[in-house]
Design a protein around this ligand. Structure first.
Ligand SMILES: C[S@@+](CC[C@H](N)C(=O)[O-])C[C@H]1O[C@@H](n2cnc3c(N)ncnc32)[C@H](O)[C@@H]1O
Length: 394
């Protein structure tokens, strides 16, 4: 095949194919993108692209049972209509002969890469300008129960991450604390938009260990989980924080501007503790006149001087949104993304919040993030709701 037949990796369909592959989307999703790339069928050029960009580039890092399954389906489809590339046959044979399925089922952790794909006007936020992508590799479990619920990537953390990356100026130079951080995706996005302080917390120790290795994987240094409020700007703190046992003093020391939580409203027995935690974190800073940046006090104008501000003003209804941007500059708020699986559980959360003087506002339809994961067909974005929680002082 000649050079001229090579598919361009920056073409949207190629970007989607590669991103879906790295995020371990189901094989039928990959096949559908592969067909798009070939104008309806999986041509030799498409196979060559898959071989070069999806397989050989990531040699040794891919989850073999997943790869085997994808290649099997791809080969079956191509064989019925055309010629399969030798390299793909050889790779499939290699997987067939070398695979010891037990090795993979015993350890169900896999490496998924979440690629946030930015539209042109937001390209400044991407780590790779050519592909307009921010790639976040994460070690996570395939099995939800292995390593606790926090080792999976839940849809609300994808949504909250899209939100953070869509409205970076909100988080710039802000001190952020996340509860129930799980695999650490939200924290990695907060570093990307230059939050001044990022504290990730979780009550499960194996989740916390996994979160730390995910930060390292993304070249972010994680500090010890001591509970003092100090933290160097380029570091992320991972803290073991069980909602049931955290003391007011511990929570006060975080002094956040923004509290975050993704998919943390699901277990009724934990909700009274979660609400207490939110109340304590939201009460602990009376006003937010200024933030400390580079060792000096600075105001919100610093945010407006940055390139990030321009990036988001393109389609932004945020800056005109009095509710959130004003609130955020006056007092701490919590941003909670949630899939409402059981109405009763959510109503219980609302009643507890009301008792605790917390105001919960649904902003899902008012402040929408940009769709940065268009290739991720397994992600039901419309199921996620976004809430702003603030403390009503008496
Ligand atoms: C459904 S997972 C969501 C994880 C992550 N935020 C996401 O969206 O991918 C819930 C997380 O909350 C943590 N969690 C649940 N109950 C907790 C508690 N009582 N104290 C502290 N963390 C808790 C779990 O360990 C888990 O990481």
């Amino acid at each position: 095949m000649g050079e001229e037949d090579e598919l361009d990796i920056s073409m949207p369909c190629c970007l989607h194919l590669l991103s879906a592959f790295l995020a371990m989307e189901p094989p039928n999703v990959l096949l559908s993108f592969a067909r798009d790339c070939g104008g309806g069928c999986i041509t030799e050029s498409v196979q060559s692209f898959i071989w070069k960009h999806c397989i050989s580039h990531y040699d040794g890092k891919l989850h073999v049972p997943y790869m085997k399954n994808c290649l099997k389906k791809l080969i079956l489809e191509v064989e019925s209509k055309g010629v399969v590339l030798d390299e793909l046959y050889e790779q499939y044979t290699l997987y067939m002969t070398s695979i010891r399925e037990n090795d993979f089922t015993k350890n169900s952790r896999v490496l998924k890469t979440i690629s946030f794909v930015f539209p042109d006007e937001y390209a400044g936020l991407a780590s790779c300008p050519k592909t307009r992508k921010l790639e976040v590799p994460l070690q996570c479990s395939l099995n939800m129960l292995e390593g606790g619920t926090g080792c999976c990537i839940w849809p609300s953390s994808l949504f909250l991450s899209e939100f953070i990356l869509s409205y970076p100026e909100l988080f710039l130079h802000k001190s952020c604390v996340e509860v129930g951080s799980g695999a650490g995706l939200v924290g990695i996005c907060l570093r990307q938009v230059k939050a001044s302080k990022v504290i990730l917390t979780d009550g499960d120790l194996s989740t916390l260990a996994n979160m730390r290795s995910n930060l390292e994987l993304n070249k972010i240094s994680a500090t010890n989980d001591s509970l003092d409020g100090s933290l160097h700007a380029d570091k992320v703190k991972c803290v073991h924080l069980l909602w049931e046992y955290a003391t007011e003093d511990e929570l006060q020391s975080f002094a956040p501007h923004i509290v975050l939580g993704a998919d943390v409203i699901y277990n009724p027995s934990c909700l009274p503790h979660l609400v207490r935690i939110l109340g304590a974190l939201l009460k602990c800073r009376k006003s937010l006149p200024s933030f400390v940046h580079d060792g000096r006090e600075c105001s919100n104008e610093i945010a407006s001087e940055s390139g990030l501000q321009q990036t988001s003003s393109a389609n932004n209804n945020y800056l005109n949104n009095e509710v959130l941007s004003n609130d955020l500059n006056k007092h701490p708020v919590a941003l909670i993304a949630s899939v409402i699986r059981t109405k009763d559980t959510f109503s219980y959360f609302l009643s507890l919040a009301e008792e605790a003087n917390l105001h919960v506002m649904d902003i899902t339809e008012k402040i929408k993030p940009i769709s940065l994961l268009p290739y991720m067909k397994s992600y039901e974005r419309s199921n996620v709701r976004m809430f702003v929680v603030s403390y009503l002082s008496k």
